[in-house]
Design a protein around this ligand. Sequence first.
Ligand SMILES: Nc1ncnc2c1ncn2[C@@H]1O[C@H](COP(=O)(O)OP(=O)(O)OP(=O)(O)O)[C@@H](O)[C@H]1O
Length: 296
Amino acid sequence: MVENKKLVAVRPDPILEMQGISFGYKRHDLLYDVSVTVASGEMIGLLGPNGSGKTTLLRLLSGVLQPRQGQILLQGRTLTQWGRRQAAQRIAVVPQELHMPFAYTVEQMVSLGRTPFASSFFGSRQEHDTTIIQDAMQAAGVSALSERIFNELSGGERQRVTVAMALAQQPGLLLLDEPTSHLDIKYQIELLELVQQLNHERGMTIIAAMHDLNLAARYFPRLLLFQRGIVADGSPAEILEPGLLSRVYGIQVQVGILRGAEHLSVLPRHKLRKYPGSNSIQRQQSILSQVVALVN
Ligand SMILES: Nc1ncnc2c1ncn2[C@@H]1O[C@H](COP(=O)(O)OP(=O)(O)OP(=O)(O)O)[C@@H](O)[C@H]1O
């Protein structure tokens, strides 16, 4: 007999478990008793004001920093239990800035992404590695720059090379620290579409610190909001709530869905009241007039 059971979406095993982690650089805790479980294949945006601890959390997740209390499990084992090399085969990090003291070309930089898989430190590159490196450069849109010196590139070009390096690592978990900060609007969209594609097609788990609330709403189904630890964890509709954003960022915002859009947009309200009539304000007002279906 077939039971008439309600279908329940199966949650895959967690890739990452933060269990009661606390951390501070000095005496005071910056993060206190943070517990978050990340299922394999999730795409999560970390939001919060400057200095709220987003980069610090990413550093804890990648093992650069150790929690003062609690533990972080990657597929059920701590990073120490995995060991550096095994952990690096599973986690890749795209930092805000990457300083390279040598005159490496872009291709040499991206090749560094294969280091955790080399049979020895000076291990020769296999054909298989070359294909992965070429694919990573193509996916990040930096193939045309392959012979250029990394340090001579623009901030946006360097950011995309850093993404290519991470892709060459073929990680299960990709951590990105403000990946769009140096990119123009076209490359912001291209990069986030690429990350979304890696998430959808390869099942890569993504955690990214984001400042742009509108891009976060558009690309990340789950958001964690920080202010001295995590204050909210939920969908964009739950997190991008005017009262909550005003409390955390200290600014009044209007949240709504622009005509024809499928995601929420967040617009600051503050200066509209202060300086009526200026051109930039008139522009903002005309944008606001397009906001329909206001949430609040
Ligand atoms: N190495 C360090 N030593 C001491 N304090 C630090 C160190 N790194 C960061 N901090 C402090 O910890 C706090 C959190 O910094 P963090 O970089 O994690 O914040 P964030 O949310 O990523 O900020 P932003 O949005 O500005 O990048 C800040 O007050 C910062 O000054």
